[in-house]
Design a protein around this ligand. Structure first.
Ligand SMILES: [Zn+2]
Ligand SMILES: [Zn+2]
Length: 353
């Protein structure tokens, strides 16, 4: 399996994708290269050695891990089955395990990281600063600096759904004429049908990732996605999928039906007690796309607990569980209680005046 290291044509240093300029920069001589220049130097399909791309092709299974040889220094690089881009532990050169992204594992699209690690750290620091009940010593600057940029695999689903529903609603009218009270009950039979187009229903496709967290940072804007090229992964970590789309089909069908039913029900106006009796749906033109999306990840160990945080590498949306400082929470509740008591006393005072 091919292991690539993108090399600077000027000095031979490792080239990484630079989110700030959306191009490639050499970490040593600071030269910049565009996507087109990188592709000219390292054609996407080229798995063989070229002057600007060092590669090695050994991969050996040892237990759960796969061992590769670093094309820059020859050291061993141990990875998980799903790892597709990482760094050499010894020479720190970025390596892309391009062979892991061939055939069915070839992503259709990638959204390149949109902001740098420095920006991610700043966004995170300001986000945590706004959280009132987090213990002040929870995050040290040093810890936050360990944030890593990882491309995660997702399945994206688009489809049209032909939906129809039948239901009924009742309305009562009561009036009086002389001594007689009349009640009129109108029963409405209501039908709705339509075609609904749904786009970008997303599922995290890596078992070992924190699924709920990875879905908590959705959505991504796929309009900014690029055709996949291994170069985007250089300088980041990347994971490939280990869950196939078939695993999500039943769940997606349920989600699609849910949207269709809700949207059709919403078109029934003026019948507050409308209830659906029959719902049918037929999904058409379902298309799945396998994509790699950028996520900044931070893990934090405290009091034997591991906290995980994920930040959308395109929008900056953050998701993760925070510890609560009970002391801070109590102080704030007492403040609130005191304020409420004060208002009640005041109102009470006015009433009794
Ligand atoms: Zn260079
Ligand atoms: Zn190395």
């Amino acid at each position: 399996m091919a292991v690539l290291s993108y090399k600077c044509p000027n000095c031979g240093g490792g080239m990484v994708f630079d989110p700030e300029n959306q191009n490639y920069s050499c970490e040593y001589c600071l030269s910049d290269f565009t996507q087109a220049e990188l592709e000219a130097l390292n054609p996407a399909s080229a798995q063989e050695d070229t002057p600007n791309e060092q590669s090695s092709s050994q991969a050996e299974h040892i237990g759960e891990a796969l061992i590769y040889t670093c094309p820059s220094c020859g050291a061993e690089i141990a990875t998980d089955e799903t790892t597709a881009a990482t760094f050499c532990y010894y020479c720190h050169n970025p390596v892309v395990l391009s062979g892991k992204m061939s055939g069915k594992q070839m992503p259709a699209l990638v959204i390149p990281f949109k902001f740098t690690q420095k920006d991610a750290v700043e966004r995170f620091t300001s986000w945590i600063g706004k959280k009132k009940y987090v213990p002040s010593d929870f995050f040290s600057k040093k810890q936050i600096k360990k944030m890593s940029g990882i491309y995660f695999p997702y399945w994206i689903y688009d489809c049209s759904v032909q939906g129809g529903l039948n239901g009924s609603s009742r309305k009562l009218r009561v009036w009086r004429a002389g001594d007689i009270e009349y009640t009129e009950t109108s029963i409405y039979s209501i039908r709705r049908s339509g075609i609904i187009h749904l786009q970008e229903i997303s599922r995290n496709a890596l078992q070992k990732s924190q699924g709920r967290m990875m879905e908590g940072i959705l959505p991504f804007d796929l309009k900014e996605a690029k055709d996949f090229h291994t170069g985007y992964l250089s300088g980041f970590q990347a994971e490939v999928k280990d869950m196939e789309k078939e695993a999500f089909e039943a769940d997606i069908k349920k989600e699609v039906d849910g949207y269709a039913k809700t949207l059709l029900t919403r078109t029934v106006n003026g019948h507050p007690n409308f209830s659906v009796e029959k719902f049918q749906s037929h999904i058409k033109n379902g298309v799945w796309r396998y994509v790699l999306l950028p996520v900044w990840i931070l893990t934090y160990q405290k009091d034997d607990e591991t906290y995980y945080f994920a930040m959308n590498g395109q929008t900056g949306e953050i998701c993760g569980k925070l510890p609560f400082d009970k002391k801070k929470l109590r102080t704030s509740c007492i403040g609130l209680f005191a304020a409420i008591t004060a208002i009640f006393t005041l109102i009470g005072g006015l009433i009794f005046l």
